[in-house]
Design a protein around this ligand. Structure first.
Ligand code: DP6
Length: 316
């Protein structure tokens, strides 16, 4: 038996940073993201091996296997059969592009396919979120909101891809693996940053503004809210002990270029996750201008572009 699922990475416009329950991996704050349609991870499960084995883009990756295996256990139970697991992505896996989100979202959908059981998307989102908080959002299309409920998360698409088709330009400024993974880094922030409590307190306000801006297709309010939220998250990282500074000189230059474009009337804003890459979100007819401007920044190694896309689904 062989089953494949495809999921797309997502980028948060209002960020998840901090856990309220690290045992169950429940986030401390809600978040809003966009799912990227042109970047994908395919996860294939093939039964019939004696023990689990994992290949990522053709290379054996025993180091990544335990997290994927635990994710399969959550969907199929610990007594499940073993699989030859193979994951292929069309973007660099360690480049701070939420490859864990697309990997775990695809894993739960493929595992549900193997089980033969009917899962609703909400259940799969919660199972993916146990593996990686941001993965819960990749189950859904377009603009996605994750809300905290009592002992789980409630995730839904708040706008589809067609009714507001934004574009994303990703400027890769370093392909080196990150120094501290986001899960560990956000725990350090929770324990040590003097700004952490304030970050959590203000999140509802940013979520409400972003939600309304998305409902009204108000690009400039979304731009202002997303940049502010991103910079607040990085202020929490910077004020942690030890500090976590993921940016390099090119990251800062890209931020300046995006702000200059906006001052020039271009509908574009930046967002940055736990890494040095800059993601510029823009209206589709501005994509060439944004890509050209970012590709001229010293230190930008590579540019990728994407539109918005679908939630995780079975393929083949
Ligand atoms: C900065 O989802 O990778 O990208 O739940 O520990 O796996 P874990 O964390 P993860 O964190 C994502 C953090 C972020 C912001 C975001 O995507 O909302």
């Amino acid at each position: 038996m062989r089953i494949s699922a495809r999921a797309h990475p997502n980028i948060a416009l209002v960020k998840y940073w901090g856990k309220r329950d690290s045992e169950r991996n429940l986030p401390a704050v809600g978040s809003i993201s966009i799912t990227l349609g042109d970047l994908w991870t395919d996860m294939q499960l093939e039964a019939g091996t004696d023990a689990d084995e994992l290949k990522v883009n053709g290379e054996p990756r025993d180091d990544l296997l335990p997290r994927i295996a635990r994710c399969l256990d959550r969907v199929l139970g610990e007594g499940r059969q073993s699989f030859s697991i193979s994951s292929e992505s069309n973007f660099p896996v360690a480049a701070g592009l939420a490859s864990s989100a697309s990997s775990f979202a695809a894993t739960v959908v493929a595992a549900a396919g193997v089980s033969g059981r009917e899962f609703d998307t909400d259940e799969l989102a919660n199972l993916a979120g146990r593996a990686s908080g941001s993965a819960a959002r990749s189950l859904y299309e377009g603009f996605v909101e994750l809300e905290n409920t009592d002992d789980r998360v409630a995730v839904r698409s708040i706008r589809d891809t067609q009714s507001w088709p934004l574009s994303v330009v990703v400027a890769i400024t370093s392909a080196a693996p990150k120094s501290v993974g986001s899960g560990e880094a956000m725990e350090i922030s929770r324990r040590t940053s003097p700004f952490y409590a304030r970050w959590v307190d203000e999140q509802e306000e940013d979520l409400a503004r972003a939600r309304a801006a998305i409902a009204e297709r108000d690009f400039m309010t979304l731009a202002d809210t997303a940049e502010h939220n991103c910079l607040k998250m990085h202020s929490v990282m910077w004020s942690s002990r030890p500090p976590m500074v993921y940016w390099n000189a090119a990251t800062l230059d890209c931020m300046r270029v995006v702000r200059e474009l906006r001052a020039d009337g271009v509908s574009a804003f930046f967002t940055i996750d736990a890494g040095p890459q800059v993601k510029a979100v823009c209206l589709p007819d501005e994509i060439d201008r944004v890509r050209d401007a970012l590709s001229q920044v010293d230190g930008v190694e590579h540019i990728m572009t994407s539109g918005l896309g679908a939630g995780a689904h079975l393929v083949g």
